[in-house]
Design a protein around this ligand. Structure first.
Ligand code: AMP
Ligand code: MG
Length: 411
């Protein structure tokens, strides 16, 4: 019984199709700015103030009026009429005087430059000489030069990073509106799978392997801001798979599984999902990867990843990651691509677009992990990124290749 093989689908086409189904969940919550790292902003942030609030000094020194110096002799000693530490209010500058000022302190009205203290000489009578003629505006940070009142500082759909938390805090926001965490139910299929910690390595039965996918999938989901219900390992039986799916469909936005999406008789995902909802099995023209399933069970999305660990990892990074970001309303979904020289030859070109595990070396190029098999998770741990190699393309040493950093795919 050899069913006709469905045609392979281009990855970009599969991704566009998948993203078309990722309608943003639209649930938002307010979070302490401290807690919002990695979350997606649900509304634009508009500033109610100028940052910095007033013109202020970027040096320890003296505030003065440049025109005063033009009329005075070059060795003139200037009286110091006020002292302005950071956090204090300044009085208008009295003509013919200078003001002692410190970094971050407001510039007094009437002053138009700061001389740094290294360019002055403090005399025993309390006056100062200015040793270097200032130019107008020097060492003054202008009010609003970072953020002007009314500016949209960050847009809805921005994924927050530490710098953005600081920026939001700089306009006075202690809480931020962010997309609610997607609720994801995760399970692994496969009768061969054993959880580390339950059976010692030397006691493993023939054919048994430890469940590795569960660990990286859960960690990647967490990094994407998801709330994960981990349903563990589901045996390779139709009823058990249906039962797990039924349980998972309530209260989750996405059911994510690994394994069982091929079309062997031990692969129960397809009939089980179809019994409860709908499912499309995609054969994606990518390596590693290929089998990938998308469907619906009740109101939940369903995504079935291949079981081979590297295939699972790569399809998660390239397909599920943007899907989950889009559910949260994120606007930037594609990882940045760098173009770097290959410091390796080959491997043999493949009919499918290939994502080769590689890493940057100290000479500005890329080294390739020797074993690119989809079961060899060491390649991903060793590598720091994926070379995106077009179908049928042979890489020769020195060629420029497209490289996607793992740190971007894991962010
Ligand atoms: P499957 O997609 O179920 O046919 O599995 C493909 C290959 O991946 C088989 O060699 C499985 O033993 C292996 N595999 C499936 N799930 C996992 C997992 N959670 N951890 C490690 N290997 C797995
Ligand atoms: Mg299996």
């Amino acid at each position: 019984m050899n069913a006709a093989r469905p045609p392979l689908r281009a990855l970009d086409d599969a991704l566009a199709d998948l993203l078309g189904r990722a309608i943003p969940l639209g649930r938002a919550e307010r979070l302490s700015t401290f807690e919002a790292d990695g979350r997606v902003l649900a509304q634009d942030l508009v500033s109610a103030l100028q940052v910095p609030p007033q013109d202020n000094s970027s040096m320890d020194g003296y505030a003065l009026r440049c025109a005063d110096l033009q009329v005075g002799a070059s060795d003139q000693a200037w009286p110091v009429s006020q002292r302005i530490p950071a956090g204090s209010a300044a009085q208008p500058l009295q003509p013919g005087t200078v003001a002692r000022i410190f970094t971050g302190a407001p510039v007094p009205s009437g002053a138009d430059a700061i001389v740094m203290q290294e360019d002055t000489e403090a005399l025993p009578d309390g006056t100062v000489r200015v040793l270097r003629r200032p130019s107008a505006g020097q060492w003054i940070r202008r009010s609003g030069e970072d953020v002007a009142r009314g500016d949209t500082v960050l847009r809805a759909g921005t994924r927050l990073t530490p710098a953005e938390l600081g920026l939001a805090a700089s306009i006075g926001l202690a809480e931020l509106p962010v997309a609610a965490r997607p609720r994801v139910a995760l399970f692994s299929t496969g009768d061969e799978l054993v959880m580390p910690g339950t059976v010692r390595p030397e006691a493993m039965k023939p054919g048994a392997i430890y469940n590795s996918n569960r660990f990286f999938l859960r960690a990647m989901l967490r990094r994407l801001g998801c709330e994960v219900s981990d349903l563990g390992i589901v045996p390779d039986r139709r009823e058990a798979t249906v039962q797990a799916l039924r349980e998972a469909s309530a209260g989750h936005d996405l059911i994510l599984t690994s394994g069982g999406v091929s079309v062997g008789e031990e692969d129960h995902i397809k009939p089980a999902v179809q019994a409860l909802g709908s499912l499309d099995l995609w054969q994606i023209a990518m390596k590693p990867g290929k089998p990938f399933a998308y469907g619906r069970v009740g109101t939940a999305h369903f995504i079935g990843l291949p079981g081979n660990p590297v295939s699972s990892f790569v399809t998660f990074a390239l397909l599920v990651r943007p899907f989950l970001l889009k559910l949260q309303g994120a606007t930037s979904l594609a990882p940045p691509v760098a173009y770097l020289p290959a410091h390796f030859d080959g491997p043999r070109p493949d009919k499918r677009r290939e994502f080769l595990r590689a890493r940057r070396n100290a000479h500005g190029g890329l080294d390739l992990f020797p074993n690119q098999s989809s079961g060899v998770l060491t390649s991903v741990a060793w590598g720091d990124g994926l070379v995106d190699n077009p179908a049928g393309h042979a890489i020769a040493r020195g060629d420029t290749v497209a490289f996607i950093s793992l740190s971007d795919l894991l962010a």
